[in-house]
Design a protein around this ligand. Structure first.
Ligand SMILES: *Cc1c(COP(=O)(O)O)cnc(C)c1O
Length: 370
C-alpha cells in the first residue's frame, strides 16, 4: 500500500486513512469454496440469518412486480404506514433505511461534530465504532460486567459535554442478553441520545418502542434482516421522536429504500402468522441447542434472548474448533479479543443443523480438549 503523504493519498482524510476496515460476513459461495463443499451442503451459522428464508409471498410479489424502472417513494409513505400498525407508534415517528446499519450511520451524521464522543458498551456490535469513526467521532468503550450487563454507573461517569450518543444493543450481539428498561431509562434521563438497537426484538419479545413518543432523546432501531429473512434486501427502520424523524428524512438519500425492499415489507407484514411461526421454531431450537451445548463439557454457552448463542470454550482452543467445523462445512463466528476470549458465536439454525453441529463438535472437541 502507498504512503499517505504523497499523490492522491494525501488528499484522503487522514483519520479515514488510518481506519480499520469493518469485518463483514463472508459470502456463502466463498465459504463453500474454502471448505471444498457444494453450496447446498454448507451449514451457515455465522450471520444470525433466518434459515427458513423470507415469506413465500415476498418471492411471488417480487417476481411479478412490473415497475422496477420507476424510482421508489422518497417519503417511504407505504413502508412507514405499514410499520405503524406493526410497531404501535405513528408513522411520523418511523424512518426506514437500507438495513438498520444505514440508520446507525444517519443518526451519527445528524448528531456528531468532529471530536464528539459516542459511548459503546463492549463487547457489542462492530458497526457502532466503525460508523462513529467514519463520521469523525471518538469512540468511548465501556466494558460490560462479568454477566455482560451494562455498567450503568460507569457509563454515566464517562459522559461529558462532548458525549452525544450512547449505543445499547438489546438483545446484545454477540452476548445475547437484554438490557432492562430501568437501566435504559436511567441513561435516557442524562439527556444524551440513547439508541436501543432491537435488531433481535422478535426473538426476545422485549421492547422500549412504546416509550419513544415520551422521550425525545430515545431511539429504537429494528431490522427485517434477522426475523423476517430479508438480510439480502437491506431493510430496517427506526422509531424516533418527530423532531429527529423529520431531520433524518431530510438528510437521508432520497431513494434509500429500494422498491424490492418496499414490496418485501408489505408482503412480510401481510404474512405475519407465517413469519411468527418461523420465529417460534427458531426460539424453540435455540433452547434445544443451548441444552446440547451445555452437555459438551468443553463449552460454556451463555443464555440468549436472540437467535444465536455465545459460547466460551473453557477447555481447548476456539480457533481450532472453528477451523475443524469449517472443514466439515459448518461456519460459526470466532472471537478472541481482550473482552471476549476464546469464544464462538453460533446462530440458531434448523434442527438438522443443530444435530450436524453437535455431532461435529463432539468429534472435534474430543480431540482438541483431551
Ligand atoms: C445484524 C445486526 C444489525 C444489522 O441489521 P441490518 O438491518 O441488516 O443492517 C443491527 N444491529 C445489530 C445488533 C445486529 O446484530
Amino acid at each position: 500500500m502507498s504512503s499517505h503523504d504523497e499523490g492522491i493519498e494525501k488528499m484522503i482524510r487522514g483519520d479515514l486513512w488510518g481506519l480499520e476496515a469493518y469485518q463483514p460476513i463472508v459470502p456463502t459461495d466463498v465459504l463453500s469454496e474454502r471448505a471444498g463443499i457444494p453450496i447446498k451442503g454448507v451449514i451457515k451459522l455465522d450471520g444470525n440469518e433466518n434459515p427458513y428464508g423470507c415469506s413465500p409471498k415476498v418471492k411471488d410479489a417480487l417476481a411479478n412486480y412490473p415497475f422496477y424502472h420507476i424510482y421508489p417513494d422518497p417519503d417511504q409513505s407505504e413502508v412507514r404506514q405499514a410499520l405503524e400498525g406493526y410497531v404501535g407508534v405513528g408513522a411520523e415517528h418511523i424512518v426506514a433505511g437500507a438495513g438498520s446499519d444505514e440508520l446507525i450511520d444517519l443518526i451519527l451524521r445528524l448528531f456528531l461534530e468532529p471530536g464528539d464522543r459516542v459511548i459503546n458498551c463492549v463487547p457489542t456490535f462492530g458497526m457502532y465504532p466503525f460508523c462513529t469513526e467514519v463520521c469523525g467521532g471518538k469512540v468511548v468503550d465501556v466494558p460490560r460486567d462479568k454477566s455482560h450487563a451494562i455498567d450503568i454507573a460507569r457509563v454515566k461517569e464517562e459522559i461529558d459535554e462532548k458525549t452525544k450518543v450512547i449505543f445499547i444493543a438489546s438483545p446484545n450481539n454477540p452476548t445475547g442478553n437484554i438490557t432492562p428498561e430501568r437501566d435504559i431509562l436511567e441513561l435516557v434521563k442524562t439527556g444524551k441520545v440513547v439508541v436501543v438497537d432491537e435488531a433481535y426484538y422478535e426473538f426476545s419479545g422485549v421492547t422500549v418502542a412504546p416509550l419513544v413518543p415520551q422521550y425525545e432523546n430515545l431511539i429504537v432501531l429494528r431490522s427485517f434482516s434477522k426475523w423476517a429473512g430479508l438480510a439480502g434486501l437491506r431493510i430496517g427502520y427506526g422509531i424516533f421522536s418527530t423532531v429527529i424523524a423529520e431531520q433524518l428524512l431530510k438528510i437521508k438519500q432520497p431513494y434509500n429504500v429500494n422498491l424490492a425492499a418496499q414490496i418485501a415489507v408489505r408482503e412480510s407484514l401481510s404474512d405475519i402468522d407465517y413469519l411468527k411461526s418461523t420465529v417460534r421454531a427458531i426460539i424453540a431450537e435455540r433452547e434445544r441447542l443451548f441444552d446440547k451445548l451445555k452437555g459438551l463439557k468443553f463449552l460454556k454457552p451463555w443464555p440468549s434472548r436472540a437467535n444465536f448463542i455465545l459460547c466460551a470454550v473453557v477447555k481447548g482452543d476456539a480457533q481450532m474448533i472453528h477451523e475443524g467445523l469449517q472443514k466439515k462445512g459448518i461456519f460459526v463466528r470466532y472471537f478472541d479479543t481482550t473482552l471476549l476470549r476464546n469464544s464462538l458465536r453460533i446462530s440458531v439454525g434448523k434442527p438438522e443443523h443443530t444435530d450436524a453441529l453437535i455431532e461435529a463438535l463432539r468429534e472435534i472437541g474430543g480431540k482438541h480438549s483431551a
